[in-house]
Ligand binder design. Structure first.
Ligand SMILES: [Zn+2]
Length: 389
């Protein structure tokens, strides 16, 4: 189908997520909604766009949001810590079951590339497709692209430093694109839109520490992302060197691995605590035990540690609230998600640090969705926001 200039503009706005509903498109292009309606009908008929979701904003009419259709099959791999999720998507729907694999922490780039080939082959076997059928492989990992999108860097995976996008394409025999958005933020915001929530921040404590924010503007449909590098705010200039190269970042005192290191060092120095038996265990288990012990209140060392963690988290929450003022702050990552007995304490500690006494109790929440939901949303929008050659 030969597209007219206006139709190309509509397609481009939908594809990039800048405007995805009829009214948003009309306002962005400065034309009457009726003319956009005709274009949308034509694009829908030819299969280039389809109806994606409906949102209700207050008492107004429900707003239908559109999405563009993709051409070839894509392989999507999402990797967090030791958890790998992969799947092949054709026309934005999964082909075959989505695969979830656990691995040991990777020590170097070649181990990671081995894991990637494994999860690629698992997903391909499920889909009945071959590598040569794929249009592109999209990778979502905890990293940042530098040098015009060619070189990777990561504070939690230091050996990723200086790896190039090409290394990954070569290893996977397929064109690789990195989509480095935080996959949880938009789905968590959308999960609350019908309750009137318009902005949200996700504070994450796991192998790293971060806080990302997004805001929904019903008029323009723009979802504004904040950079989110809370973990690299320096809190102790004479502290330990962080994976980012600076000294004493928040991540060096609050992340899972940093707490494991702290317990190990204290136990070696003679500290008495039942946490000694957790040395060498994954950080998530340490957090579970800390929460359990903090409820019992029988282990003074664990109590001190928890007090420190909650102080840091409360400071983070107040910082995000003072800077962004989101409707909801979601406590996420294995360090925080679902730890109900800590939520109220974080709130108490955050209140005196937050302008106007916010955040309110109901506004400090846990994630409502699962990583598979994040994955599906990521797959459907993958690589559209970060164009790379
Ligand atoms: Zn840092």
């Amino acid at each position: 189908m030969k597209l007219q200039v206006n139709e190309r503009a509509v397609l481009n706005l939908i594809e990039t997520g800048i405007a995805t509903s009829q009214i948003q498109l009309a306002r962005t292009l400065g034309v009457q909604p009726g003319s956009v309606n005709n274009m949308l009908k034509r694009l829908e008929k030819t299969g280039l766009v389809y109806r994606d979701r409906i949102h209700r904003y207050g008492r107004g009419r429900p707003m239908v949001h559109f999405r563009t259709k993709r051409t070839g099959p894509i392989l999507v791999i999402m990797w967090t810590d030791t958890h790998w999720t992969s799947g092949v998507f054709v026309d934005d729907a999964p082909r075959g079951a989505i695969q979830q694999v656990e691995s040991k922490p990777s020590a170097n780039l070649s181990e990671v590339l081995d894991h990637l080939r494994e999860v690629r082959d698992l997903a391909l076997a499920q889909s009945g497709l071959r590598v040569s059928d794929l249009a592109v492989t999209v990778l979502n990992i905890d990293a940042v692209l530098t040098e015009h999108g060619r070189i990777l860097t990561s504070s939690v995976n230091p050996w990723l430093q200086q790896a190039s996008v090409k290394d990954f394409s070569d290893a996977l025999d397929c064109k690789v694109r990195f989509d480095l958005r935080i996959p949880s933020i938009i789905p968590e915001l959308r999960a609350r839109v019908n309750e009137g929530v318009r902005s949200l921040a996700v504070v994450v404590v796991d192998s790293g520490v971060s806080a990302h924010g997004a805001r929904l503007d019903p008029q323009w449909g723009a979802e504004v992302f904040y950079r989110g590098e809370l973990g690299h705010v320096v809190v102790d200039p004479s502290g330990r060197v962080c994976g980012c190269g600076h000294r004493g970042c928040l991540e060096t005192v609050l992340s899972g691995p940093s707490l494991v290191r702290r317990v190990e060092a204290d136990v070696r120095a003679g500290t008495q605590s039942s946490l000694a038996t957790f040395v060498g265990e994954p950080p998530e288990k340490l957090f579970n035990e800390l929460e359990r012990l903090s409820k019992l209140g029988t282990d003074a060392y664990a109590d001190t540690l928890v007090e420190d963690i909650l102080d840091r988290v409360a400071w983070s929450v107040s910082l995000v609230t003072n800077l962004i003022g989101p409707d909801v702050v979601v406590l996420s990552g294995y360090g925080l998600a679902g730890r109900d007995s800590w939520r109220e304490r974080i709130l108490q500690k955050a209140r005196p640090l937050t302008w106007g006494g916010e955040p309110e109790a109901s506004r400090l929440e846990f994630p409502r969705l699962k990583s598979e939901d994040y994955f599906c949303e990521l797959a459907r929008t993958a690589d559209r926001f970060t164009p790379q050659d």
